[in-house]
Design a binder for this molecule. Sequence first.
Ligand code: NAD
Ligand code: UDP
Length: 325
Amino acid sequence: MKVLITGAAGFVGSHLVDAYLSDGCDVLGIDNFITGDISNLRDARENPRFAFRELDVTKMDERSLADIAESFGTPDLILHFASPASPIDYAQRPLETMRVNSLGTENCCQAALAWGARLLLASTSECYGDPLVHPQPESYWGNVNPVGPRSCYDESKRYAEAFVTTFTNVHGIDSRIIRIFNTYGPRMRVDDGRVVPNFVGQALRGEPLTVYGGGMQTRSFCYVSDLVDGIRACAASDETRGRIVNLGNPEERTIRQFAEIVCEIAGVPLDVDDATPMPVDDPGRRCPDISRAKALLGWSPKVDIRTGLRATLLDFSARLTVTTP
Ligand code: NAD
Ligand code: UDP
């Protein structure tokens, strides 16, 4: 099978590249490095089945499709993962975020139509906004501020979902959408600003953990290998055609509790910096209802938070040692 992955040099994308290569697929990665890092593809680039193109998905035109078909062959599966995902990243690149989720998604749909490829769109739990329904099932429409600081991401992902759905209705492509809930693990950028890299980096450097707004907001953290298993199952399934599937770990905890676990695993006393107020529109509670993924795919997460954090701390400590002068 030939697989095209956009956002291949990013955190999730690079783990997907490795997973499909180990399945024996030919993989073409596309990335413009806006938030990704080529070092995430170090192992993949040793593999003769891996090809890479530095390309902005918003500029993936007919000519690019012809070049890809000629040099790589016609992809059977397109996984559209290109998009900044950290609130800090998308706040710094709001227009790029809107474009990759609008134009970039349209280009991926056109590619799927031209090649007869299956398409999987990476959407997000942010589509539920600051949810009023708990836990969040796929049927919930969300509570999203269309003009707030997170709207460049939330609303462009909602548009991406609407575009894939409409394009599928008009052209009959074979598509599915996943809504990913907070996922963590090795290869997250140390400075990407999300809570896991922040807390892990702070604990390793012996700094206080920056718990925003008192830390009573909740999140549910999924280890990256569990997410990758869920994505592969969803992409391989005919049952998910034309559907939306939540993927995440339903174990919910407060950010304050999460800070305690990070310190426990790092072997440092809990030290909190609570000077930062709650960011505007920061969702108060978030937890996936994964009944659909369980029923359609027989999937549920396996990696407990302590095991996942140990692996993440190991990866971060190796990278912090290398980058600290
Ligand atoms: P990331 O920032 O590590 O990776 C995104 C990658 O996309 C980067 O390598 C970046 O350079 C690339 N990219 C961005 N715009 C591009 C463009 N126009 N052309 C080509 N490449 C481009 O983020 P991530 O955490 O790996 O997230 C990947 C996907 O999963 C995103 O679509 C995100 O919305 C979704 N997602 C992730 C999470 C999570 O917890 N990690 C949660 C919900 C949704
Ligand atoms: N957060 C925090 N300290 C940090 C970074 C984030 O308390 O240093 C909080 C943030 O306010 C949010 C939660 O942790 O409530 C998760 O934030 P993240 O940026 O990882 O992703 P989000 O789920 O908000 O998209």
